[in-house]
Design a protein around this ligand. Structure first.
Ligand code: GLU
Length: 483
């Protein structure tokens, strides 16, 4: 049987890290098994679903390299299918109309609370007669459709991650609502709810394995009962561990990031983030191996090696993986990747005419980048004519002799139209010799004068970059005026 798995996000927000990680596991499993990976958009929550979130989810998945083979399918375009399903369940006597009002349900909950019982629907409308239904209709009550859950049932499945899972029917909260009758006149069963739509879709799409977060375990128990009611084949289930923050709680907005866009803006590469996500809950057969592409991971992926315990989000590891990828990126490509970040902070740079200069800059700063955003900090002293001098730099410029050394460097520079690495080194050597000072003094003073700071990327290379822009002389003259 061909493996068919799916990712089924609800477009009620941007692509979330949890959904993306579930997508990674589904994709890896599908590719490992030579199966299909399907994208289904679960947009039945009309109030909260937005087309821009669907776009964000699609572009986020593609950005990560998670291409799908079928879809996207939209649940809102499949309502007839769900309505047929509801009718089937009503006809077979597996579902019924419940006319309880919200006040009655509230009162039920209060009474249960007073008796220290878990809140549940007490199935009171399970056996209404036609006449009773009629009477409620005449009162103007709108029913919901409930699916019968047998309290005595024990639901058992062999989870591909967690092993045998046993769930009691009595722990599922009573007969569950599977559809609401909407307010519009003429509609029959209106809005199908999550569990019903998922089961109908997974059956119709011939899904063989449902791989999703462990927060869906109780839903799985309910869904198995629905599969049985429809007489359909129950897929296998794999519940993946939650992503936790450093405190061991579910990673949330409070941790600063949740959406894939956030990670992109923070300067992570898609390959690195996808690589990191494969390790969030999965251990490769060679557990020391940490760097691999999705395609490489797919060759080795199996659900048996997905851990049961929650996966702690480790920023240091993500940073390390990102730096490994960044350091492999050729300078020409790094320029394109860093460009939006330079633009964002307002550096004046033209991607076409400045390209050779930008590639040299990328070569200079590339090895020190952990995230793409670091390209801003690492190159900030190389953009623009003037700099602001740190106190340290001013103190350096005020050291004995610097006032005389600077004009001498400027004089030597006048001999060069195009300063080269050898030329810059020669100037440093000559000045060191003629002033009989230590090379360190020249280097520190040059750095202070050119960069306004005493720390930064390689001095000679930085000088050459400034020279190509015609900024080195301006800066050294400016420095001289500060002494
Ligand atoms: N729409 C559900 C969610 O976003 C899908 C869960 C499932 O995979 O069945 O959580």
């Amino acid at each position: 049987m061909t493996v068919r798995v799916r990712i089924a996000p609800s477009p009620t927000g941007n692509l979330h890290i949890g959904t993306a990680r579930t997508a990674v596991f589904n994709w890896l499993f599908a590719r490992n098994q030579g199966g299909k990976f399907i994208l289904r958009i679960e947009d039945t929550d009309l109030e909260r679903s937005r087309p821009e979130y669907t776009e964000n989810i699609k572009s986020g998945l593609l950005w990560l390299g998670l291409n799908w083979d079928e879809g996207p399918f939209f649940q809102t375009q499949r309502l007839d299918l769900y309505r047929q399903g509801i009718q089937t369940l009503l006809d077979k006597g597996f579902a019924y109309r419940c006319y309880c009002t919200s006040t009655e349900l509230e009162q039920m909950r209060e009474e249960q609370k007073a008796k220290n019982q878990a809140p549940r629907y007490d199935n009171r409308h399970r056996h209404l007669t036609e006449a009773e239904c009629q009477a409620f209709e005449e009162e103007g009550r709108k029913p919901v459709i409930r699916f019968i859950i047998d309290d005595e049932r024990e639901i058992v499945w062999n989870d591909l991650v967690r092993g045998q899972v046993v769930w009691k029917g009595s722990d599922l909260g009573g007969d569950m609502v599977i559809a609401r009758i909407p307010q519009q006149e003429g509609e029959t069963f209106g809005q199908p709810l999550y569990n019903l739509a998922v089961v109908i879709d997974d059956l119709e799409m011939k899904i063989t394995q449902v791989i999703r977060g462990e927060d869906h375990i109780a839903n799985t128990a309910k869904q198995i009962l629905l599969y049985e009611a429809f007489g359909g084949a129950v897929p296998e289930f794999a519940h993946t561990p939650l992503i936790l923050n450093q405190e061991g709680r579910k990673l949330s907005k409070r941790d600063g990031v949740t959406s894939i866009d956030d990670f992109r803006k923070m300067g992570f590469l898609p390959e690195a983030l996808a690589n990191y996500m494969t390790l969030l809950g999965w251990t490769p057969p060679d557990s020391t191996r940490e760097i691999f592409t999705l395609t490489e991971a797919a060759k080795e992926f199996s659900l048996e090696r997905v851990n049961k315990a929650g996966a702690k989000f480790d920023w240091d590891k993500l940073d390390w993986i990102n730096s490994q990828y960044l350091h492999q990126v050729p300078a020409s490509q790094l320029v394109d990747l860093a460009f939006p970040y330079w633009q964002d902070v307002g550096y004046v740079v033209n991607l076409e005419s400045d390209r050779p200069w930008l590639e040299k800059l990328a070569t200079l700063i590339g090895p020190s980048l952990t995230r793409l955003t670091d390209a801003v900090q690492e190159s900030r002293l190389l953009f623009g004519e003037t700099v602001t001098y740190s106190e340290e730099a001013i103190a350096q410029l005020k050291q004995d002799g610097v006032k005389e050394i600077m004009p001498s460097i400027l004089d030597s520079l006048a001999n060069y139209d195009q300063l080269t690495e050898d030329g810059a080194k020669e100037i440093i050597k000559q000045v060191t010799k003629s002033f009989k000072v230590k090379k360190g003094l020249i280097m520190r003073s040059l750095r202070a004068g050119l960069m306004g700071e005493l720390h930064g990327p390689d001095l000679v290379q930085s000088w050459l970059l400034l020279h190509q822009k015609g900024w080195d002389k301006l800066r050294l003259q400016d420095a001289l005026s500060k002494i």
